[in-house]
Design a protein around this ligand. Structure first.
Ligand SMILES: CC(C)(COP(=O)(O)OP(=O)(O)OC[C@H]1O[C@@H](n2cnc3c(N)ncnc32)[C@H](O)[C@@H]1OP(=O)(O)O)[C@@H](O)C(=O)NCCC(=O)NCCS
Length: 439
């Protein structure tokens, strides 16, 4: 192999290492994705369908809800009204929607049937199912506007969808619902996706949006809790466009009704889905039901809380001993995660004098609060902090949690790999193992 092949190979291996914990975590997870009509008609659809097929083969249970707004707009020219995100569906609009729904479904089925060409998985078979999965009711007359054949979700036929997923089929749902009286209604893909995710108790609901939420300075907001998403869905002082606001409303409702994570992804970025699901940094905005608490820099007021958290772990040997005085001196290096005024997780980042390396230490979560991603959030934040400070590498010493770090991209190395200044203070009696990660 020549040098460029070597480095490509190294990058692939690094990517695979980073992705592997996520591959495991997502297996058997149910993911509902809302794909708007303009994405289906656009340039990124081939990549998206390819990636959905890949996710299916990795063991995710996939429900793909598709919209038709762009297709129907084009077919009807200016001949149709949309009020607050819903089309006023007259007879002609309904006819167009029904025929476009059939056409798009057939096209998607064909694309999904193509498997994964030019990959070692080409030829892997994928089955697609659809049907009368959404029970609708009329949206009715609102503020004097008769929405005619526009409907809203009355019920999602959860068992029928679950059966299809259990049979390892990808489920396709168009923006159409049927009433108990046999009428056909035009629904929005965003509403269908939210209701479907809720009915299935999905692990993930994904919306592809034209623009992601940003703060007042225009910086992408990587995380929002559902309460904030609710507020923003009706706010007038944000940069959010009308579609994003509606999606925020559905996202927060889905979270409040049991969907664990809602991801908003930039529909213009072909790799957004894989990068969101398989990389630490993700690519879009994550909305979760309860933002348990944010990770924040520690202050001297947290000293007692940190002591109470780490003392038992020091006593049992999971953490190296640090005196109160030492913690007080190092308090600016700590971040904490707090719950109801109590420090429930913490960690520290020590920058070394070489300016290139940092040590992560004292990573601890209170036993009652483990397994909810706190240490993960804290360590990610410290790694980002180290990177911002110009470090190329972080290392840490641990006696028991090595595997936790290995699953997050660290590799075990030896004491001799420690920077010289840290080697001098390495406590051989603890026999801690050394782990390192390139940033
Ligand atoms: C390791 C520790 C910080 C993880 O805290 P946490 O907030 O529960 O971590 P997260 O929620 O982000 O991750 C939990 C996952 O890590 C796994 N995990 C926990 N400890 C682990 C270990 N020692 N090795 C491998 N995996 C571990 C959990 O099983 C869980 O996996 P799951 O979601 O598949 O069930 C916590 O267990 C702790 O305080 N341990 C004692 C102190 C310690 O050893 N610190 C490291 C030395 S610096």
């Amino acid at each position: 192999m020549n040098t460029s092949e070597d480095s490509r190979c190294d990058r692939s291996i690094a990517w695979f290492r980073e992705a592997s914990p996520y591959i495991r975590a997502h297996r058997d997870a149910t993911l509902v994705i809302a794909v708007p009509g303009n994405v289906i008609a656009g340039d990124t659809i081939d990549t998206l369908v390819h990636d959905l097929a890949l996710l299916h083969h990795l063991g995710l249970r996939l429900v793909v809800c598709y919209g038709l707004r762009a297709q129907v707009d084009e077919a009807l020219a200016d001949d149709s009204r949309v009020v607050e995100g819903r089309r006023v569906t007259d007879d002609l609009a309904l006819q167009t929607i029904v025929s476009e729904a059939g056409r798009v479904r057939t096209e998607l089925e064909a694309r999904l049937s193509a498997g994964l060409p030019n990959t070692p998985m080409s030829g892997a078979h994928l089955s697609v199912s659809s049907g009368n999965l959404i029970v609708a009711r009329p949206f009715g007359v609102r503020d004097g506007v008769d929405f005619r054949h526009t409907g809203s979700v009355r019920e999602v036929r959860r068992e029928a969808i679950s059966d299809m997923l259990d049979a390892t089929h990808v489920v396709l749902i168009g923006p159409i619902g049927y009433s108990l009286t046999g009428d056909i209604f035009n629904l929005t893909v965003d509403e269908i996706a939210a209701h479907t995710a809720t009915a299935l108790g999905a692990d993930k609901l994904v919306y592809l949006v034209d623009s992601l939420p940003v703060d007042a300075a225009g910086t992408l907001q990587r995380e929002l809790d559902s309460a904030t998403a609710t507020t923003r869905s009706t706010a007038t002082d944000t940069h959010d466009n009308e579609h994003l606001k509606r999606v925020l409303g559905y996202a927060s409702a889905a979270c409040d009704n049991g969907v664990e994570r809602v991801h908003l992804l930039d529909q213009h970025k072909p790799d957004a889905l894989l990068s969101e699901l398989f990389t630490r940094d993700g690519s879009g905005t994550l909305i979760t039901a309860e933002r348990w608490e944010s990770v924040r820099p520690a202050s001297i007021n947290d000293l007692g809380g940190i002591m109470a958290l780490v003392a038992p772990l020091q006593d049992e040997g999971a953490l190296a001993s640090r005196s109160r005085e030492q913690l007080e001196l190092d308090i600016a290096d700590f971040v904490v995660s707090e719950r109801d005024g109590t420090v429930v997780a913490c960690a520290a980042l020590y920058l070394l004098d070489d300016g290139n390396t940092a040590e992560i230490g004292c990573v601890a979560t209170h036993p009652d609060y483990r397994g909810e991603g706190r240490a993960d959030a804290i360590v990610s934040q410290l790694e980002a902090r180290a990177k911002r400070q110009g470090c190329a590498e972080v290392f840490l010493l641990s006696t028991r949690a090595g595997h936790w770090f290995i699953e997050r991209g660290y590799t075990e190395t030896g004491e001799t790999a420690l920077p010289p200044q840290r080697r001098d203070t390495y406590n051989r009696q603890r026999s801690s193992k050394v782990y390192v990660k390139s940033l």
